[in-house]
Design a protein around this ligand. Sequence first.
Ligand code: ZN
Length: 406
Amino acid sequence: MSVLIKDGWIVTQNSKREILRGDVFIEDGRIVEIGKIRTEADFVLNAKDKIVMPGLINAHTHVGMSDLRGLADDVPLDDFLQRMWKLEENRGREEIYQGAKLGIEEMLLTGTTSFVDMYYYEDAVAKASKELGIRAYLGWAVVDEELTTQEGSPLQNAENFIREYRGEELIVPLIAPHAVYSCSEETLLKAKDIAERYRTIITMHIAETRREVYDHRKKYGMRPVEWLEKIDFLNEKLLGVHLVWLTLHEVKILASHGVKASHNPTSNMKLGNGGSMPLVEMLQNDVTITLGTDSTVSNNNLDMFEVMKIAAILHKNERWDPSVTTAQMILDFATINAAKAIGLNAGSIEEGKLADIIVVNPRPNGLPLRKDTIVSNIVYALNGLNVEHTIVNGRLVASEGKIVKD
Ligand SMILES: [Zn+2]
């Protein structure tokens, strides 16, 4: 199967961050050629006056909750979690599958081609992902056995899930310990062991609220990241989520172990966490930053364009300095950096890369298209509804506001 995207403004995100005018030829799921292409293709997309760019990577979701949107607004994280855990007691695979379908459709329609999820019954999320054709990094959530609403042992369930789904083309199964307040040292080390045995990444909420940090210090005499280092949990395969309440010492610890960061500014602000990831210090210490929406219950949408803008303007405002974030830096977080963090050969439009590409119609607010303002317009002016076509692994999966069925 070949696809030719014709005559677009290509935001390559290659090492030179080139913006090119021309065509992109895709064959068997990969980008084969970029330029003026005369080869015939099975399918042609006209991208005249449109932006052709890498699909966005959402580095933190709980997509199976997408049917719960609006059910825990305007309450602090503790109340939020109590409400969710109560709801989750009565949620089985069917509810999670239906929730995941809603969320994945939203992601595809708003330009997300890959996502990193954390939830239980990820097999139901895998089913929805495969039906809709998105690239899914599915982290089976793990908490201590006495806290779980899952049937059976969360660790065993996670391992079974990884064993069953590894090797699938678009599904990458992994393990996702929930947080330091829901996982003991023993649970965390067993989760890390599973990740190492199956060579997967591992993702976990870390230092989301001040309360988490204070409670942890009371219980263990250390802040979460210091403690995670002490128990030998940190490594380059860890994608830490939130990382809001950190000291500079903790930032340096994360950097020294090569831990990757998923920044979820909208969720943090909506839950009133009262702080934000120390992005400037993270960048100064070369931590790889990615962006995530978090669930639709704490965001309340899955539009990565919106997250890009909020991430950019939040730090400008906090630091009284509009230069601390740039549009290019933010677009990197959502594309090439995220691909690096999850070990995916995508995130840029280059020959040989996987064909995860979106075509964006900049009408009305991103016009006129100009090389020197196109990235600015993507981050500050456009949103997910500007996305016209979404291609995952060389296949058109969403087009003109509709999911494409086989
Ligand atoms: Zn989360």
